[in-house]
Design a protein around this ligand. Structure first.
Ligand SMILES: [Mn+2]
Length: 399
């Protein structure tokens, strides 16, 4: 790496934080079954302990996303959860309402035919806004499983109107420091018409909801071959990119670890962000979050692997010579332009990461440090014992 490269990578790393998901530390599975790990988090305390451990090793995961239904119990003071998180060195990040698990949501939440169900879904979101305010969270992150499975089953426009109405009402409930993120997904669980199926629909709904509604891009929520970085560039240009859910996939919403299948794809997404920042001379405000299911890998190892991969790709994308790229683009020098991206992608950023970690008193290799720490062994023994003591049977939801 040149000195300029080192400087660019360091600056980029200083500006980059990633939020870990509380559900990424708990037992998960496929839609066919759940696979258990002794070290998987049992409760919220375990989840924030694990998130705190990841932050202590990586130095760039200061917040943890929470899932209202899975992480909070009715009647409990949410401030106690925030204190617990702080004790483990992390803060509560995005609040994720649950609009898909309750039996009432069989026919949808915001898109349900029944006004009573729609009202209940809205109330749950408004409660989630209040919960976010109580814990000092900036983001309400919305994903809807709503949609229909068969042609003719529902009024596509009718459902769109229902979404517009509820999202507007929800926006009105936001506090001054809160942003709501609208996520999209082409299919699953709805296999005919998902109500918010793509970024255009999410963008339109967010714009209609109000100025503090933005679009959330889950990297797994696209059709194969779709150009995600182009979507990102457009959303940035419209000041409508609110955040990401990071994961990778080979086929659909596979929730594999980031960069495990196609690291160049994520690099290209980061490149668009760096190009935007270079043009506008400011970093866009983006909530970078992880949304993955670690079914086979150890939860903490998979999380660390993801965070480190995100840092590496973000630092690599920072090395693209933006001025040279603009010159090459202006002259239609296709090969030169492409090679500027390739050169950055293939640059070994390990020295920059080592440098940044040293400067921040972090372990040189977070994964090695985790393995040496014995954290997982201790957690597994402790959680195995607590499961036995409490007579916990495992199964059911992802919580
Ligand atoms: Mn997601």
């Amino acid at each position: 790496m040149t000195r300029t490269d080192l400087h660019r990578a360091r600056e980029a790393l200083n500006s980059f934080v990633v939020e870990t998901p509380s559900w990424g530390f708990a037992d998960t599975g496929t839609r066919f079954g759940k696979f258990f790990q002794d070290a998987a988090a049992i409760d919220f305390g375990d989840k924030v302990a694990d998130a705190g451990h990841v932050h202590a090793l990586t130095g760039c995961c200061p917040t943890v996303a929470v899932h209202v239904l899975w992480d909070f119990k009715a009647g409990e003071d949410p401030k106690a959860a925030a204190r617990l998180a702080r004790r483990h060195g992390v803060k509560i990040g995005a609040i994720n309402p649950n609009l898909f698990q309750d039996q009432g949501y069989k026919w949808g939440s915001f898109g349900n035919n029944d006004p009573k169900v729609r009202a209940a879904a809205l109330q749950h979101c408004v409660d989630s806004v209040a919960l976010g305010q109580a814990v000092g969270s900036e983001y309400l992150s919305l994903w809807f499983a709503d949609g229909t499975n068969y042609p003719g089953q529902g009024s596509i426009r009718g459902r769109k109107h229902a979404f517009e109405e509820s999202l507007r009402a929800l926006h009105a409930a936001l506090g001054p420091k809160q942003t709501m993120l609208v996520e999209y997904k082409p299919f699953e669980p709805a296999f005919y018409a998902t109500d918010i199926a793509d970024w255009g629909m999410a963008l339109l709904l967010a714009k209609k909801a109000g100025p503090r509604a933005k679009v959330l891009v889950d990297t797994g929520h696209h059709y194969s071959g779709q150009n995600i970085e182009q979507i990102v560039a457009w959303l940035l240009d419209e000041d409508m990119l609110g955040g990401f859910h990071f994961n990778d996939r080979r086929y659909a919403d596979d929730d594999l670890t980031l960069g495990s299948i196609d690291p160049y794809q994520i690099f290209r997404v980061f490149h668009e962000i760096h190009a935007f920042a270079a043009d506008r001379r400011r970093w866009p405000k983006i909530a970078y979050m992880i949304d993955q299911c670690h079914n086979e890998k150890g939860k903490i190892e998979a999380t660390i692997q993801t965070v480190v991969m995100a840092q590496e790709l973000y630092a690599k994308a920072a090395l693209v010579d933006q001025q040279a790229l603009r010159r090459a683009q202006a002259k239609n020098q296709v090969v030169d332009a492409e090679l500027l991206l390739k050169k950055a992608f293939f640059t070994d950023v390990a020295p920059a990461l080592a440098d940044w970690r040293r400067a921040n008193s972090l372990p040189a290799d977070p994964l090695v440090a985790h393995r040496r720490s014995g954290y997982e062994r201790v957690a597994a023994a402790d959680r195995r014992r607590r499961r036995q003591e409490r007579g916990l049977t495992r199964g059911g939801s992802f919580a």
